[in-house]
Design a protein around this ligand. Structure first.
Ligand SMILES: Nc1ncnc2c1ncn2[C@@H]1O[C@H](COP(=O)(O)OP(=O)(O)OP(=O)(O)O)[C@@H](O)[C@H]1O
Length: 246
């Protein structure tokens, strides 16, 4: 394997004696889609929050292109976090902002890009995701599926190298789930960003992922090509993916 883009090495994290991550090792390869599966409450969101820097490990290291984040200076860390976007489980759209304002927010809050360029980028992303006719609406006026597209447009607006998705299809019916997966897959191929997707959508998530990692009892107990997971001998993984122990 080439140098991973993001590597988690022996990550430990506990909350008041609850060992959520208990020696996690995981290599995220550039340009691929890696999905993270595991039982509810096993620590998948905590793992994503470590990658994006919203949480710090008790011990262990996170490396980006081989460089440990705890050895980066402020500017390097800032640069790394600018390369990554995060799409939250609940979309995290601001109710008091319009669709346009929500999508533009990561650019307008930094005040680094001229307004006409921001307008152009937002227009492109809205066209791409077919939400242009919703630009002046507020989140409360949108269906669940459109909200997901707005959240995806916002995650893509900075044209990031990596996008982390925390259950991007939660709360959607099976038809909309498939369409959000297809949308992520289409844009991932088009832009080539590295994707990490936490999902309960088994087995459909495997169709858009090249790698699968399963977290259990604080450790990655399976990591490999998604097509290989059905051949695993690991009884915990087998029971989980067959829905016997979800
Ligand atoms: N900030 C926090 N403080 C204390 N405990 C936390 C915190 N964040 C997460 N936890 C605990 O860590 C554990 C893992 O939570 P996490 O949200 O990562 O699970 P998950 O695998 O994403 O679950 P789900 O699939 O249900 O979304 C839970 O027991 C949760 O209560």
């Amino acid at each position: 394997m080439d140098q991973p883009f993001i590597e988690l090495i022996d990550i430990h994290k506990s909350f008041s004696g609850n060992n959520v991550l208990d020696g996690v090792n995981l290599a995220i390869e550039k340009g691929l889609v890696t999905c993270v599966i595991g039982k509810s409450g096993c620590g998948k969101s905590v793992l994503l929050k470590h990658i994006i820097g919203l949480m710090q490990p008790d011990s262990g290291q996170i490396c980006v292109d081989g460089m440990p984040t705890n050895q980066m200076d402020k500017a390097q860390r800032h640069q790394f976090h600018r390369q990554i976007s995060y799409m939250f489980q609940d979309n995290a759209l601001f109710d008091f902002l319009t669709v346009w304002e929500n999508i533009a927010l990561p650019l307008t809050e930094k005040r680094e890009m001229p307004m006409d360029q921001i307008r152009q980028r937002v227009k492109e992303k809205m066209q791409m995701l077919e939400i242009s006719n919703h630009e002046n609406k507020y989140p409360a006026q949108l269906s669940g599926g459109i909200k997901k597209r707005v959240a995806l447009a916002r995650a893509l607006i900075t044209e990031p190298d990596a996008v982390l998705f925390d259950e991007p299809t939660s709360g959607l019916d099976p038809v909309r789930r498939t369409s959000v997966h297809a949308m992520i897959s289409t844009y991932q191929k088009e832009f080539g960003f590295t994707a990490v997707i936490v999902s309960h959508g088994i087995p459909e998530i495997f169709a858009i992922s090249q790698r699968v990692a399963m977290l259990d009892q604080g450790k990655i107990i399976y990591f490999g090509k998604s097509e290989g997971i059905f051949q695993t001998d690991n009884e915990i993984v087998k029971a989980f993916i067959s829905g016997k122990d979800a």
